[in-house]
Design a binder for this molecule. Structure first.
Ligand SMILES: *Cc1c(COP(=O)(O)O)cnc(C)c1O
Ligand SMILES: [Zn+2]
Length: 367
């Protein structure tokens, strides 16, 4: 049976609904074996991220996901411009709640359902809230989402539509997380955290499996937004599993994108540090990646270094112009998701370098 294992002190814990971090304060990972990947059974599953069910740490008997899934995953991979046939966009805004967060939320909520959870709390800068409120509604789990009062009203409307309770907090993104964690501890209720709960990454890792199938191998490089690093770490874990199984021979380089006004990971990377110092969010249009104190900074920095990757910082005026350029090509993304294309434009791509840019939030989500 899998257990949780602390990323700092390596203490192990049984997987129970009320455990979300180590007693030492460290973040928890899953203590599990690298899956033996059997690609021949993938066709027995629906054409969604659940196609990779046998790579996830679930018992064969585990069925809860069948009533939770809304068909998330298998997003299109499209050549952005015929003049650069090796540059792709992965259209992850084509998900049930219009962002990549559905990958993790579907898997985490299925796991919660299996554990008998009837009520959950999450905190979010927006899209995790829309994803958890939708999947909680689908799974008949009562849900409260803690948010900053300034987030896009479109996202708030989406969360309210699913019947989740909203707690609006004035303060930084870190204050919101602290308020949610206090409520979780006080009520002893399940913390559906995309940052802390490692099952979320079992969902986001399918981003890598899909690319592996769509490209017939790994790309050379991945542009990935980095706030809390949930897509970044998921993609990294997925490609690591593929590599351990001999299905690819090297990891794609991770080119992590941060907004210059809130770039603690990039700063730590440049200084050669192993963990990020909390910074101050100087305010950015990219609300979805404005994370001043990412809880998994050590793992994110390790992943980027391990792949020979790098960080790129985006200026505020580059965000709006990148969004317009994508719209001119037919892709309408939310403001936060435009940083990925802005990062690609600043990246010094080698000729023939096969690169994937995620379009991971839909345009109508923004104000
Ligand atoms: C959540 C989100 C991000 C940032 O993801 P992290 O897990 O915080 O790194 C980037 N873009 C969009 C559209 C998001 O919803
Ligand atoms: Zn610990």
């Amino acid at each position: 049976m899998e257990q949780y294992i602390c990323n700092d002190c390596h203490e192990k814990y049984d997987i129970t609904p009320d455990r979300w971090k180590c007693d030492c304060g460290g973040v928890l990972d899953l203590d599990k074996k690298t899956p033996d990947i059997d690609t021949s059974i993938w066709n027995e599953y629906p054409n969604s991220l659940w196609r990779y069910f046998n790579t996830m740490p679930f018992d064969h008997q585990f069925k809860a996901w069948r009533n939770v899934t809304m068909g998330e995953g298998q997003s299109p991979l499209i050549v952005l411009d015929p003049e650069t046939p090796d540059v792709y966009v992965k259209v992850d805004y084509m998900m049930p709640t219009l962002s990549f967060k559905d990958r993790g939320a579907a898997v985490l909520v299925a796991k919660a359902k299996e554990m008998g959870v009837s009520r959950m709390i999450a905190d979010s800068s927006g899209n995790a809230g829309t994803a958890f409120s939708a999947y909680a509604a689908r799974a008949n789990i009562e849900c409260t989402i803690f948010l900053r009062s300034e987030i896009s009203p479109k996202k708030i409307a989406q969360i309210e539509a699913h019947g989740a309770k909203i707690e609006k907090i004035d303060g930084t993104r870190e204050d919101i997380a602290a308020a949610a964690q206090k409520a979780v501890e006080g009520e002893k209720v399940f913390y559906a955290s995309h940052v802390y709960n490692p099952y979320f990454y079992e969902g986001t890792k399918t981003y890598a499996y899909e690319l592996y199938e769509q490209l017939g191998g790994a790309p050379d490089s991945l542009i990935i937004p980095a706030g809390n690093g949930t897509l970044l770490l998921g993609a990294y874990y997925g490609f690591m599993e593929l590599k351990h199984n001999g299905l690819i021979d090297r990891l794609p380089k991770i080119i992590a994108i941060q907004a210059k006004n809130c770039a603690p990971l990039s700063a730590a990377f440049k200084k050669g540090e192993t963990e990020a110092e909390p910074t101050i969010n100087k305010n950015t249009l990219a609300e979805g990646i404005a994370i001043a104190a990412p809880a998994r900074s050590k793992q994110i920095l390790e992943a980027v270094r391990e792949t020979g990757g790098t960080f790129i910082e985006i200026e505020e005026d580059e965000i709006a112009s990148a969004r317009n350029m994508l719209s001119d090509k037919g892709f309408y993304v939310e403001v936060t998701a435009a940083v990925n294309y802005a990062g690609y434009l600043k990246y010094n791509r080698a000729a023939d370098e096969r690169i994937v840019i995620p379009l991971c939030g839909a345009g109508i989500k923004s104000k």
